[in-house]
Structures are given as C-alpha cells and as structure tokens.
Design a protein around this ligand. Structure first.
Ligand SMILES: [Ca+2]
Ligand SMILES: [Ca+2]
Length: 332
C-alpha cells in the first residue's frame, strides 16, 4: 500500500493551499517588516479551558466544544534551521529526505518509477506561470532538496533564522527526543495559538500568508513571498510567534474530519485505527495546524488557530515545520 508516488501526491493534496513560492529564497520582501530575533526559551502556559474548533469556515474544524488542557511549556517560535543544525551537529542525525530511497516503497515495478524519485529529495513548490487548480502544476519532487537545501541543490542554503522544513515525523521525533520535548497535541497547539482570541475568518495582517490568487499571483503585501524568518510578525497574547502562518506545524494527533465532541479533557484525537483522511485513505495522517505562507483566500483559508489539515507524516515538504511542548521546565 505504501507508495512513494502516492506519498508525493498526498503531500500535494494535503498541502493543497500551502506550498512554496517562486522565489528561491524566503527573504524577498516587497514590504519591509521589523523582524526581531525571539528568545528560544520555551514559554510556560498554565492549563485552562477554551472553545476548541470553528464551525463557520470548514466543516472539518467543528464542532466547537469546551476543551480543557493541563499546563505545559511551548517553544515561542517554529523550530529554526539554526536549532536543527545544532541537533545535527551534536548527533550526526540524517533526515529521511537525505537517505537512499527504497524502490520497494513504491509498490510498482522499478521501471515504472520516475528516476528522479529514486533519489533522496523532497517535495518543493514551484509557482506555475499561469493560473491552475491542479496541484501537480506546482508541486515538484526535487532530488537533493532537504532541510539544509530547502530548494534543492541549485537553490539557496537554509537560512538560520527561518523555520526548518522538509522533515518527516520521525525526524521531528528525533529532534524532540534530543531536546527533551514532544510534539504537541492538537488541543495544546490550538489552546496556545488562540490565546483567548475570538475566532475569526478574515485573512490576518499579522501572519505570513499569501495575498492574491494562489498559486500564480502573490502580492506579498505582508512582506514575504516565501518563508519568513521567525519573529517578523507580532506574537500572540501568549508571546508566541507565527503560530498562524509561515509554516504549518505538526501535531501528535491522528487526523479525522471533525472533532469528537466527547473528547474534551486533554484530548488526543482519534486512535490510529479510527483515523481517516479523505484525501489520503489508507494512511494514518496526522493533524497539521495554522496554515502557511501559501494559504490564500481563494484556496486555503487556514490562517486561523482552529484551522487543521491532514498530512501523511512519512514525508516532509517545503511548507511544514514544527515546535515542541515540554511537560517539565526545560533546561536553560
Ligand atoms: Ca506572505
Ligand atoms: Ca506556523
């Protein structure tokens, strides 16, 4: 069942509204923003109750119900390339996108596999020259694309202050084990992201998203056409940067369309056997949150705390990152 060809398609579908713009470097700005370099120290959030979910944008984000979570610490920004580089330097870790590809994973005779896909690499967005509704027109599997070379061998190196991308679930887990944290549940992430703010549906000004008609026209009126360094948009009321926008963020929950109304105390979502991703049946997708710099009003109105999408966790892409939570006070 596992097919890397299928996986590549899934990445495209699951990220349908969020991939990578035509700039080969995320720092191309039309509007100057005052970026800060946020502290790396995790932020303590006391536990509490909040209205999780939203019902007026996409059906799979409801129903709204009161959810309680225990307190935790959370990274104030998406894990950056700089942080991930420290992990790699300390451990020699090699990510999935850098490892040899096993042809058996495709489930088809090897001669039917495009040669490029037998090389290590990852899915990168390339904006089509003309409007399109076909994800295959803007997603490209690029050999040699990985966290350190996010646009492929010919592209720019990873920028230290930008969020790390092109990681599979197992890569994020390895980082989490090293850092002493864990991937947040969807409820923890949404509690941290909403920070007491009422639900909204309009495209926010203080988040890196896509202005214009995706995928052909990006007006970049928020200052960035691609990924932004962390800390270029105002933090939320919890002091957290880029919870909404910039890159999607992985959570620990398996995905099902909609929330279980009875799962309200430190919810962890469906178990693996009841997870179901309509775009990717047969795979246990996980929930990603907050939208990315590719979310636009015409395609992916996911620039909200309650926004959720599904992602097969066995492959990275250029618009998904993560941050960690911690159950005990992180070491200084
Ligand atoms: Ca933008
Ligand atoms: Ca984000």
């Amino acid at each position: 069942m596992t097919s890397r060809l299928v996986l590549a398609s899934i990445v495209a579908l699951a990220t349908a509204a969020c991939s990578q713009p035509e700039q080969q470097h995320g720092a191309a700005m039309v509007v100057t923003r005052d970026c800060v370099t946020p502290d790396d120290a995790p932020v303590r959030l006391e536990g509490g109750a909040f209205a999780m979910g939203q019902e007026d944008v996409y059906r799979e984000e409801g129903p709204v119900r009161q959810v309680t979570v225990d307190g935790f610490w959370i990274d104030p920004h998406e894990i950056t390339n700089s942080q991930f580089a420290r992990f790699v330097a300390a451990t020699g870790y090699v990510t999935l996108a850098e490892k040899p590809v096993d042809p058996a994973l495709f489930g088809v005779p090897v001669e039917q596999i495009p040669p490029d896909m037998l090389e290590p690499g990852s899915a990168v967005f390339t904006a089509p020259a003309r409007p399109s509704n076909n994800y295959a027109d803007w997603w490209t599997y690029i050999p040699g694309a990985n966290w350190a070379k996010p646009y492929g061998p010919e592209g720019a190196d990873a920028v230290p202050e930008e969020p790390v991308v092109h990681l599979a679930w197992e890569d994020m887990q390895a980082y989490a084990n090293w850092a002493g944290g864990r991937i947040p549940t969807e409820a923890e992430w949404e509690y941290a992201a909403s920070a007491g703010q009422a639900p909204y549906s309009d495209q926010p000004a203080e988040a890196n998203s896509w202005q214009g008609v995706f995928p052909a026209v990006n007006q970049e009126t928020d200052g960035f056409g691609g990924i932004a360094p962390v800390g270029c948009y105002q933090p939320n009321a919890n002091g957290l940067y880029d919870m909404v926008g910039n890159v999607w963020e992985m959570t620990a929950d398996y995905y099902a369309a909609g929330h279980d109304p009875d799962d309200t105390q430190n919810p962890t979502g469906p178990d693996r056997n009841t997870a179901y991703d309509p775009m990717n049946p047969g795979f246990a997708s996980r929930v990603i949150k907050g939208g990315s710099y590719l979310c636009a009003p015409n395609y992916c109105q996911r620039y909200r705390p309650a926004a959720r999408s599904a992602r097969d966790p066995s492959m990275g892409a250029s618009n998904v990152g993560f941050r960690l939570v911690y159950d005990t006070a992180p070491k200084g």
